[in-house]
Design a protein. Structure first.
Length: 116
């Protein structure tokens, strides 16, 4: 698979993760509204939390963050590789991404390992 194809696949996977995160965000917003209603009604935190059905807000936040970290990292690595394969130097990529040349070198190694 070419680095360009890997980058496009990473973008597609990131897009799917963003859609999943939108669904998680909606669930969190519904739960937040429910918690506010319960508090206005006078329920204690222990009552509210013990009655909360999974997935808990904290679990949804963790899943959302994990998805962005995983897929965002893959996008970063494959984009660096695609740019480097097209002739951009590590210094140029570093300047564009706002990172060091050493970080670009590390991303390139990781991207090549991912493609094996």
């Amino acid at each position: 698979m070419s680095s360009e194809d890997a980058f496009l696949r990473a973008l597609t996977d990131l897009e799917a993760a963003l859609e999943d995160n939108q669904a998680r965000a909606k669930a969190m917003k519904r739960r937040i509204a429910q918690i506010r209603r319960q508090r206005r009604k006078g329920d204690t935190w222990s009552i509210i939390v013990s009655a909360e059905a999974p997935p808990l807000i904290v679990q949804l936040v963790t899943e959302s963050s994990r998805a962005l970290d995983e897929h965002g990292g893959r996008v970063r690595r494959t984009e660096v590789l695609a740019l480097h394969d097209e002739g951009m130097t590590m210094e140029q990529i570093a300047a564009k991404f706002g990172v060091t040349r050493q970080r670009v070198s590390s991303l390139l190694r990781e991207a090549r390992a991912d493609l094996r």
